[in-house]
Design a protein around this ligand. Structure first.
Ligand code: PHE
Length: 462
């Protein structure tokens, strides 16, 4: 059993603290990676972007860009042993390069902060669905009733406010040190439980008659259905789902003991993350096709499909309740990680851990209100309506788009360039270990990742 080393509060170590070992790190990082991105976002953007071809590009981005970058970020964090904001400045200075690289740490941290603001609102939907499921609200419901339930939630800002607040409080609670070692312990049973429940849902999918159509949709690539914008979305999601380009993995890496192998850990984390996403797709799309629902229904997809299954399957009330509880936990371990870089930075500014967590959480909660309102009262507000790409995007849509499709690819690109071209080979080799794997990593971060991101960007401009 791993215990947390001294200097560690709430499972999230203080600066200078360390994970108790490889397992602790893998659990925390996997807890960060696996979240709403896998179960809420992946299925709905796959539905919106036509299925198989999108999934294939996404998987390609994970393998060629995501995994090497995951190794990179953990390595940079461990090397500096500092907060993400200081990591880039410090390492650049040691190489005798411009301290302006420090701006990259800010970009990372700002992305994390903005994501946290709306992440908490969406996680609030999952919290709201726990009492719904428990009360038997889904029993026997048809697609129209389940849809009405979801629309009712989005249309009620005061309810959303309650759940957004509850979720942010939970996040701050752990970040502030309320639950000692809570993160490690929670993730240890969360992952297996989540996998089992997803497998139950996939098994249910077999009985619906929609499984074949779902598997074909997910795994039979039809490139005529994939737009260049879809390719950018796939790339952005590869960053989002692995918690990359948003300070998180750098921060978690800064607590990693030297003895732990970064490449092996990164492979395990990426594998877990991908398995959960694909299982979520295999759980949701059979229900979509068996009920004649719209695959491109958008952000409400999970909340409008799975309740149908819970309403029809044996023990549906119990399984539905468990499912949404687990979804909340998965989102929770991600939101804690999203808050971590801001907290670390505030601590460096002289805040105590508790004050830093409360301040960071309160700030993200406040910014989150804009996303919350854009689901109802501000639904007609399109701040960048003058640009074609953003014509019908609300505040929430914009934050989602700007973080995942612009800030993360940009931060990811610069991070790859930094590790591949600025950091000396001696340093990366010492961290990652020499060998064929190292040479492959170096090739991917020096050439494949930067060129890939730039090409995808350029095609989207043209
Ligand atoms: N990876 C998380 C998810 O899939 C979200 C996240 C993004 C967490 C960026 C941390 C940093 O839900």
């Amino acid at each position: 059993m791993s215990t947390v080393a001294s200097g560690v509060v709430a499972g999230v170590p203080h600066a200078h603290g360390q994970w108790s070992g490889r397992l602790a790190f893998i659990l925390a990082a996997a807890g960060s990676a696996v979240g709403l991105g896998n179960i809420w976002k992946f299925p709905y953007i796959t539905g919106e972007n036509g299925g198989g071809a999108f999934v294939l590009v996404y998987l390609g981005c994970i393998v060629l860009i995501g995994v090497p970058l995951l190794m990179t970020e953990v390595m940079l964090g461990r090397r500096s042993g500092q907060s993400p904001i200081n990591t880039f400045a410090t390492l650049a200075k040691r190489e005798g390069r411009s301290r302006r690289w420090g701006a990259l740490g800010w970009l990372h941290t700002l992305a994390a902060f903005l994501i946290l603001s709306f992440y908490s609102v969406i996680a609030g939907w999952a919290v709201a669905y726990v009492p719904q499921a428990m009360s038997g609200a889904f029993a026997g419901a048809d697609a129209a009733q389940v849809g009405a339930l979801f629309d009712g939630l989005l249309g009620a800002p005061e309810q959303l406010l309650v759940w957004h607040t509850v979720f942010m409080l939970l996040t701050v609670l752990v970040a502030a040190g309320g639950v000692r070692a809570g993160l490690e312990r929670a993730v240890k049973w969360l992952m297996p439980a989540l996998l089992v429940l997803l497998l139950v849902m996939v098994a249910y999918g077999f009985t619906t008659g929609g499984f074949g159509a779902a598997a074909a949709f997910l795994f039979w690539p039809d490139f005529s259905k994939l737009s260049t914008a879809g390719v950018l979305t796939a790339l952005g999601h590869a960053f989002f789902t692995l918690s990359l380009a948003s300070a998180t993995m750098v921060a978690y890496g800064s607590y990693l003991p030297k003895s732990v192998s970064i490449p092996r850990s990164a492979l395990i984390i990426a594998l877990m993350d991908t398995v959960v996403a694909l299982l979520a797709g295999l759980a949701i799309f059979p229900i979509v096709f068996a009920n004649g629902l719209e695959a491109g229904a958008g952000p409400g997809l999970v909340f409008q499909t799975l309740p149908l299954a819970f309403g029809q399957m044996p023990l549906g009330t119990l399984i539905g309740t468990l499912f949404f509880i687990l979804l909340v936990f998965a989102a929770w371990t991600s939101s804690i990680s999203l808050l971590e870089s801001t907290v670390e930075w505030l601590e460096e500014k002289g805040f105590g851990r508790k004050a830093a967590a409360v301040t960071g959480g309160l700030a993200a909660w406040t910014v989150g209100l804009a996303s919350l309102l854009s689901l109802n009262l501000w639904a007609g507000v399109h701040p960048l309506g003058m640009f074609e790409t953003f014509a019908d995007k609300t505040v929430f849509d914009l934050l989602d788009y700007v973080t995942a499709n612009l800030m993360m690819p940009l931060a990811g690109l610069l991070t790859a360039v930094f590790a591949g071209w600025v950091l000396s080979r001696r340093v990366s080799e010492a961290e990652l270990g020499a060998g064929v794997g190292y040479r492959l990593w170096r090739f991917l971060v020096r050439f494949v990742a930067p060129v890939g991101v730039v090409l995808i960007f350029v095609y989207n401009l043209g």
